[in-house]
Design a protein around this ligand. Sequence first.
Ligand code: MG
Ligand code: ZN
Length: 278
Amino acid sequence: MAGAVVVFDFDATIIDGDGDLWVVNELGLNHLFTQLRSTLPHNLLMDRMMKELHSQGKTIEEIADCLKQIPMRPSIVSAIKSAHASGCELRILSDANVFFIETILKHHGLLDCFHEINCNPSFVDEEGRLRILPYHDFNSSSHACNLCPPNMCKGLVMETIRDSVSADGKKQVMIYVGDGTPDFCAGLKLEEGDYLIPRNNFPIWELICANPVLIRANIHEWNTWEELAALLINTTNTSFIEDLDKSTTSAATARDCKIEDTNSTISTHSNGTLRVPH
Ligand SMILES: [Mg+2]
Ligand SMILES: [Zn+2]
């Protein structure tokens, strides 16, 4: 049995909300954030927000304490632990920064579940200010993707992830979970037999509905945190993974099957098990 590679977005996919906006709100930066948001890319704006916090005397520990208060569903914590324990390789692909993500994951005991976190670099400088940097250096090279912000094209990063997980020549089933427009860009890199798990009624879902033929992966949307947790827990199910493998080998014959068909190929049964007809 081959374990699937599960790639998660972070904000509004693992945590219940947006970590950047949470910090801005909770630490009283709303006014400045709103004032500057039309003048700076988001990544630079968050670095500027950290400068402001530092100038107000806020410590890195206070920022960490704020991050630890971000809502996260216990069912998602359990589901991630379960998926990891099953042997799935878990990864994060996020436009947040590494300090925010690692602080939150550590707080919930999840950091060790993840094989790799691809996100914006950050560090605490000698004055104690959190610096946030772009994933791609967009001053020296633009990725030219109009779905993604200048500092990170998730589709480009997904190509790198796919190359690294299939380095031994064996096809790995990939599952991508996300809610945003850049997550749609990542989803475009999935192949037949892979799974895209988009959040319903969020930007990714609108893009999927508007461009149904572009996604080659099977699609199974989620509405509630309980639905997402059930999907994640079922990645630990041996037969589910085996079914995913089988669906991969037959994917070429289903090349033209898009949302209408793929929605019917995977369903959650009342006993909580996922079944993929073949
Ligand atoms: Mg998100
Ligand atoms: Zn992109």
